[in-house]
Design a protein around this ligand. Structure first.
Ligand code: CLF
Ligand code: SF4
Length: 512
């Protein structure tokens, strides 16, 4: 069994022996996505599946395999959100931390070409700030044009506050930008006035309810126009307890009725040290249970995204990792691109299709074993993974854990929990262990590739079973096997169901 991560060297070897990949006859991608959209090719129009199957944000399943990168070419913004401080990344699409380097379109295009050459998982370029891309239209669209020339197989993605969106729908279509995110936090100016102190629109500054009404009208008009043009639209909403948390149910209803493909409800980030209005005024973010309850309430027919990492505006890599430092302008100077690189990405995509087939088969086999356990309540289970859809990270090396709900109906992604790194230069860090226990307090068990006896004991004392028996196994298969075992023990009275605590959603950057 492999770890599910393929290296550049392995891909190059496999290219010379392509028989290793020829077993997969699927061209449109036959892995069932359990998405932001939980739908796969059998229940999506083929052209939609083709658009999302390697987009790590639009498909939860794809985020195990594919990477995105952002280029920070858009510094200016035309509105003020109370959760944003201009010294930091756009909080709509990033976790706090200044953008390390702002780029010209030419620098950005060169960076994308090099990252795409060095990271075979790379499939999407997004422009998401650090301001608003459509408040910087010349730089944004020039970058997209140069990237389309340099790496035509890379998908183009744009994230905006929506104020200028109606003006640019035709341009977005012309540039083949298939995926657009609009951050919509309200559809009622009464609510909006508490989120947006001002907007700057057509050479005039507006405040209060008037500002919120213009912004909301423009966002919804932009959404209408995008869906008319069949451009896949995701709506991001920041959940701000006591401000728009209850109202987001209405936002969900409206954006769903207007044809948004995906709704991503994210927790407010409001650490005081970020210097935002909300942070300085003690506005808290939601707990894990509050966030999940709202996402569940909005789910219905709508595809919900739950795997968002609130990335930096210059993020590079799989969603749970950040390789932006590796590709600094200084490091890029000594990097070059070979003719083979596009071929390398193609071979990697074939490898993913084979993995998807195998993963799907393993899940179906395991699902058959839990069908009779409908009475058993779902359980939350955490996983340490470094990609590929497998349990393949050591406990001490995990910077985040992925949390899933397992039941007789399958395994569904719930969210990720950032933690401090436990293993610090060969030693276990007790303080870090505390953060892990708080982050996983709602979970029955944590699945890891390996774990030492000390952290294992501490976790178990906190009521979280640490399991390394499924090292390198597919996540779905491993969690279903656990659920089956657990539900049977419950039925026979060997274990008793106990209420779990709420978990803390950790904000801000990793500490290591
Ligand atoms: Fe970037 Fe956004 Fe495109 Fe993804 S991110 S522009 S849709 S390529 Fe993704 Fe990052 Fe969440 Fe955004 S995880 S913050 S949803
Ligand atoms: Fe900040 Fe983005 Fe809001 Fe502009 S749209 S204020 S950059 S969060």
């Amino acid at each position: 069994m492999t770890e599910g991560i393929i290296s550049l060297e392995q891909i190059k070897t496999k290219k010379d022996n392509s028989a290793g990949f020829s077993g997969c006859g699927s061209k449109g991608g036959s892995g069932k996505s359990s998405c932001g959209s939980s739908k796969g090719p059998s229940d999506l129009a083929p052209e939609i599946w083709e658009k999302i199957k390697d987009h790590p944000c639009y498909s939860e399943e794809a985020h195990h395999h594919f990477a995105r990168m952002h280029v920070a070419v858009a510094p200016a913004c035309n509105i003020q959100c109370n959760y944003c401080n201009r010294k930091y990344d756009c909080a709509n699409e990033s976790r706090p931390g200044v953008v390390s380097e702002r780029l010209t379109p030419e620098e950005a295009a060169r960076k994308v070409a090099i990252v795409a050459a060095k990271v075979p998982q790379m499939s999407v370029l997004g422009i998401a700030g650090p301001g608003d891309p459509l408040a910087n239209p010349a730089k944004t669209f020039e970058t997209f044009e140069l990237v389309a020339q340099a790496a035509p197989d890379i998908k183009l993605c744009l994230s905006t506050n929506g104020l200028m969106l109606p003006e640019y729908v035709d341009v977005i279509k012309r540039y083949n930008i298939d995926h657009v995110t609009i951050t919509i936090n309200m559809v009622d100016p009464e609510v909006g006035q508490h989120i947006y102190p001002w907007i700057y629109f057509r050479n005039k500054r507006y405040r209060g309810k008037e500002a919120a009404k213009i912004l909301s009208d423009r966002q919804l008009e932009g959404l209408d126009r995008l869906t008319e043009e069949k451009i896949l639209c995701k709506v991001n909403s920041v959940m701000i307890p006591g401000v728009n948390d209850e109202h987001l149910v209405e936002v969900n209803r409206v954006v769903k009725s207007k044809g948004a493909f995906l709704h991503n409800i994210m927790p407010l980030i409001s650490e005081p040290e970020h210097g935002t209005y909300f942070g300085l005024n003690g506005q808290r973010g939601p707990t894990a249970k509050e966030l999940k309850a709202l996402q569940d309430q909005c789910a219905g027919e709508m595809n919900m995204m739950r795997h968002c990492r609130q990335c930096r505006a210059d993020a590079v890599g799989l969603l749970g990792e950040d390789r932006s430092k590796e590709f600094s302008q200084q490091n890029l100077e000594s990097m070059s691109i070979s003719d083979e690189d596009q071929e390398t990405r193609r071979v990697y995509r074939e490898f993913v299709e084979v993995e998807r087939e195998a993963k799907l088969k393993a899940r179906e086999e395991e699902m058959a074993t839990v069908q009779d356990l409908q009475e058993a309540a779902p359980v939350l289970l955490a996983v340490a993974t470094k990609g590929g859809g497998r349990v393949n990270e050591h406990f001490g090396h995990a910077k985040e854990f992925q949390v899933y709900e397992a039941s007789a109906n399958g395994v569904h992604f719930v969210g990720h929990r950032r933690v401090d790194l436990y293993c610090q230069g060969g030693y276990g860090e007790e303080d870090a262990l505390e953060t892990v226990i708080k982050a996983l307090a709602d979970c029955h068990a944590v699945f890891v590739a390996k774990i030492g006896s000390c952290p294992k004991k501490a976790l178990e004392e906190a009521g979280i079973e640490a399991i390394d028996a499924y090292a390198f196994e597919y996540i779905d298969k491993a969690l279903l096997a656990y659920f089956k075992d657990y539900a049977e023990k419950l039925q026979s009275g060997i274990v008793k169901a106990g209420a779990k605590k709420d978990a803390l959603i950790r904000q801000g950057a990793y500490s290591a």
